[in-house]
Design a protein around this ligand. Sequence first.
Ligand SMILES: [Zn+2]
Length: 254
Amino acid sequence: MVRLIDSHAHLEDIKDLKNSLQRASEAGVAAIIAVGSNHDSNRFVLEVSSRSWGDLKVYPALGVHPWEISRSQVEKAVAFIKEKVNRAVGIGEVGLDYWYREVRENPEMMAKQRSLFRTFLKIAKRHDKPVIIHSRGAWNDCLNLVIEEDVKDAVFHWFTGPDNTLQRLLDHGYYVSATPAAEYSREHRRVIQKTPIENLLLETDSPVNYRGFEAEPADIIRSLHAVAKLKGISIEAVAEETSENASSLFNIDI
Ligand SMILES: [Zn+2]
């Protein structure tokens, strides 16, 4: 049976987590990276990863999502992350999002996002942790900051950025992760086709809604099948290679 790693899921937002993780385990998921988005979710991922889930392992990553930046508790979240960083397998979900006009037309907000992202990149660098990056609409700025801060390991999650940014991130040895949107999103499919399997991870970004269905970690099977089809590689080979990549990036055993 294949052993998969869902490298990006928001477990605090999943209904009926226990059964959902059971289904993931039955689908062949060996490990999940539970990403944090804000102070409460960071506390949650630490707690949920300390529980036993049978054969399935849950590993925590700590971060503040760029959408959360205008809410309160950002400083509290940063202090908490600095204190708990050794328990995390990565820093994320962090990054920049210029997709929405309110942000794009607000230079102050963009600067605020960059400054917080830089703080997280410095924490990752200091503690030698990989970074899980949200880069929508801000692909080039994200990559520039990661390179500037000399971060060694990073995954650009659900990447849909332009070819030249993709090529540069691959040249630096960074990863890209594929979601179930690989079934239909033109931009995401282009990225997966151009990314060598050595630089690919699988994920679900659960519980994101993909064209009418709310994802849970078991839906990583859809990411797996879509990637295998796009790249013309067997399902087994994609599973093996992407799990190996995730296990080496996050320094975890599966
Ligand atoms: Zn996410």
